[in-house]
Design a binder for this molecule. Structure first.
Ligand code: ADP
Length: 800
């Protein structure tokens, strides 16, 4: 353009110029001409039409009235510069139309020169660039909005800016953007509307008749209200708007990319009016931009939220994430990854830093895994340890998969690292407790198991279970059939019956089957099973234990044998004692028999009298009956002492037993110059005891006392009294040889005796009897000579 030349022949002169003016006037563009000094000497009709200025008004420098005040200085200065340099002129400036509106024009002018190059005239043309300008402004605004959203400026500010952009483009308009929140409208942006008004409509519900905005959001279409004062849509809001002289309001919904209404954009005017196509253009631009900004903001917000949740989730699950671009070495770590490695988040993560943290012994294997993953372009999943700065050890699991980063297909790993230290510790604890359990099972010979009665197969057998049954653990939990093979043939049917019954009744069971092992050994089991139910109450399996009670069984049998032996020995002891008593027994029995004989003789004499004395004879006969009864009594009691039998508990008077024994032993005592003395508590409570056993204890203790004094003679004292705590106490004291010095307690051991003929069982049996009656028996040396044997018994009852 700058090189173009308009050359006209001088000769053609004014005629040509007139013709040219005619032509120029007919052109559909705005055209002017100026003299070489810049004086405007011609403006075409279109120019005058647009600006509303006449040629007379505009010629000279009158045209300047049509230029926007802000653009005038540049416009003039450039014009002067072109005049001075003779260079073509070009500038953009806003020109006022006849109606007072400004539009952007590109003004260009070129000089007309003569053959010598002198400027004869300037020719100028105006091109309407309003649309381009608007598009540019819009683009700039769009850029600004994007910058603001990218910068994270508050949405309110962005929307206010958008409103201002709209207000710049249309004179006298007041705009607002409301955000849709559920079915309510919230304040978004409205920089020019009165605050009180925007506050009042903040939170208004949308609906079929809710002002322009509420209705537009509800209908999802533009709502044009030309006159707020009369439009029925404003019935509820009129009183709010009119005091602020808001008279027209056009509202347009803003849609998201998914087609949802997210906001409304409204243009208010202070006079009733309807939108021009230009207004619609502005509306279209602003709603588009608002949609982009709001959606971006919402996306940002959602992203921020989801990042926050992700961070939180990573912290909770002790899982960090990472990305690693292999060739560039670029590494991304999430916050949690930094935390797991205990590396300051501001430091840049590198492979070297990572390796510094890896437990030294694990480094080589980690390196190997990573190298082969890179070589094969495959993911990896492995566990290793970290050595932390405080020398604690962490366990981590690293899982990654490869993903091609860009078109060039460069390798990038994306993955997660989880701190599994706690899990490792728990596993370790579990392993330990399992070991303890197995050890406990081994020591207690207790196997545990789970059995599925439907599959007729064990689901689980503990190690000890295999050991007890001598089955191979490598074969896994056995089928019912295999296990049954191990059961003693005599016990199989019973076991099957018990199991079957329990399964049918869904109850627990207990059984004592024997095992018959391949080498012929028999083991005794004590098996207990509990049903496990599913939600519907069906038995899904039985779980339980089987204890190898063979040793216990043997011990029990041994104990039973010993008990029998003891009983036999006790009996023998009694028998041998009775043997020693034969002499006194004979004496005891002889006495009432002799008395009976004497009485019989006396009776006979009374009968032989003339007349016979029946009364005296009856007396004598009665005495015989008594004598005989006494003899029978002695025989009965003696026999009871010989008899074997289970102990029988009765209410008994201990004093009575003492008297009886004193009587029984009197003869024997006299033989050895021994006096038996009794000191009995008259108020002694009764006891619950086996009479034969009580007699046996007294007999033993008293005989031992006599025995101890047999060479020296002396006194045997038997004393009874009521002691504390509802106990009665009995003491047998002698003045004999005394207890063996070295260990007086030993005399209670079975078979301990210092006598040639002794059995050594007496005291041990006595102690057992007293203890089984809930009492205590002990011996102590007397201060003077001899020993005292004492026992206590609970009054009125016995635990035997
Ligand atoms: P045995 O009388 O058959 O020896 P005992 O168990 O009755 O069995 O007594 C064990 C031992 O206790 C006696 O051999 C004796 O040494 C000692 N002993 C028992 N009673 C007395 C006593 N009153 N004085 C001294 N020693 C006694």
């Amino acid at each position: 353009m700058a090189d173009s030349r308009v050359v006209l022949c001088r000769q053609e002169g004014n005629a040509v110029e007139n013709e040219l003016n005619r032509l120029v006037n007919a052109l559909p563009g705005l055209v002017w001409t100026a003299l070489p000094d810049g004086h405007i000497d011609f403006l075409n009709e279109r120019w005058c039409e647009y600006t509303g200025l006449s040629v007379d008004q505009a010629c000279g420098s009158g045209w300047q009235a049509a230029i926007h005040a802000e653009d005038l200085d540049t416009h003039k200065n450039r014009w002067l510069a072109s005049l001075a340099s003779g260079q073509p002129y070009e500038n953009e400036a806003r020109h006022r139309s006849a109606s007072g509106e400004y539009r952007w024009f590109l003004v260009r002018a070129v000089p007309l020169r003569d053959e010598r190059g002198n400027i004869l005239k300037w020719y100028g043309i105006l091109t309407d660039i309003e649309d381009r300008k608007q598009a540019e402004a819009l683009l700039a605004a769009e850029k600004r909005i994007f910058e603001m959203t990218a910068k994270g400026d508050p949405l309110g500010q962005i929307l206010d800016n958008l409103c201002r952009l709209a207000e710049e483009q249309a004179k006298g308009v007041l705009t607002s953007i409301l955000l849709l929140d559920g079915n309510r409208l919230r304040h978004g942006g409205a920089p020019s509307l009165p605050k009180a008004y925007t506050n009042a409509i903040d939170g208004a519900s949308i609906g079929p008749s809710a002002g322009s905005c509420g209705t537009a959001a509800y209908r999802r279409e533009q709502v044009i209200v030309e006159n707020i004062a009369t439009d029925p849509l404003w019935a509820d809001y009129r009183e709010l708007a009119l005091p602020y002289s808001l008279r027209a309001c056009w509202s347009t919904p803003v849609f998201s990319s998914q087609g949802n209404v997210i906001a409304t954009f409204a243009m208010y005017y202070r006079e009733p009016r309807s939108p021009s196509p230009r207004d619609q253009g502005i509306i279209e631009q602003i709603t588009h931009l608002a949609g982009v900004a709001i959606e971006r903001k919402q996306t940002q917000e959602a992203l921020r939220r989801s990042e926050a949740y992700l961070g939180q989730a990573q912290r909770l699950s002790h899982t960090g994430s990472f990305g690693w671009h292999v060739s560039s070495g670029e590494i991304y770590w999430s916050e949690e990854t930094f935390r797991i490695f205990d590396i300051e988040p501001s430091t840049e993560p590198t492979l070297e830093r990572l390796f510094e943290r890896i437990y030294p012994e694990d480094r080589a294997s980690v390196r190997q895994v990573i190298d082969s993953a890179i070589r094969e372009g495959k993911g990896f999943d492995f566990e290793h340890r970290l050595l932390m700065p405080d020398i604690s050890v962490k366990h981590v699991r690293v899982v990654a998969h490869p993903s091609a980063k860009d078109e060039s297909g460069e390798l990038e790993f994306v993955g997660a690292v989880t701190d599994i230290t706690e899990r490792k510790h728990a596993e370790e604890a579990l392993r330990r407790s399992e070991t303890y359990l197995a050890e406990g099972q081994r020591l207690s010979k207790t196997g545990s198991w789970a059995y599925n009665p439907f599959a007729q197969k064990a689901n689980y057998w503990s190690e000890e279970m295999f050991r007890i049954c001598e089955l191979d653990p490598r074969q896994g939990p056995p089928a019912a059939e295999t296990f049954l093979q191990r059961i003693h043939p005599e016990d199989r049917d019973n076991l099957m019956e018990v199991l079957g019954k329990a399964a049918l009744e869904k109850t627990e069971y207990e059984d004592h089957p024997r095992l018959l092992l391949p080498d012929g050994t028999v083991k005794y089991l004590h098996a207990i099973g509990h049903p496990v139910f599913d939600r519907s109450g069906e038995v899904i399996q039985y779980v339980g234990t089987a204890v190898d009670v063979t040793e216990r069984k043997r011990a029990e049998a041994e104990r039973a044998r010993l008990r029998q032996l003891e009983a036999d020995l006790a009996h023998m002891n009694r028998v041998s004692m009775m043997g020693e008593l034969t002499a006194s027994l004979a004496h005891e029995v002889k006495q009432p028999i002799a008395a009976a004989a004497t009485n019989a003789r006396t009776g006979l004499r009374w009968l032989q009298r003339e007349p016979p004395d029946i009364g005296e004879a009856r007396e004598a006969l009665s005495r015989i009956v008594k004598d005989v009864n006494r003899a029978a009594g002695i025989v009965d009691r003696t026999c009871a002492l010989y008899r074997r039998g289970a102990p029988k508990l009765e209410m008994a008077d201990l004093n009575e037993f003492i008297r009886e024994m004193a009587l029984l032993l009197r003869e024997r005592a006299i033989q050895h110059s021994i006096l038996i003395r009794t000191e009995l508590d008259g108020a002694l409570p009764t006891i619950t005891a086996d009479p034969v056993q009580m007699q046996q204890v007294l007999l033993n203790l008293m005989l031992n006392g006599i025995e101890a004094m047999k060479d020296t003679g002396g006194k045997l004292t038997v004393r009874s009294e009521k002691a504390e705590d509802d106990q009665i106490l009995l003491a047998v004291s002698d003045l004999g040889i005394g207890l063996p010095v070295e260990n007086p307690e030993r005399i209670f051991d079975p078979f301990f005796t210092t006598k040639v003929q002794g059995t050594g069982m007496g005291l041990s049996i006595c102690r057992k009897i007293i203890e089984s009656h809930g009492g205590r028996l002990w011996a102590c040396a007397n201060t003077g000579r001899g020993a005292t044997f004492q026992f206590t018994l609970p009054a009125g009852r016995s635990t035997s």
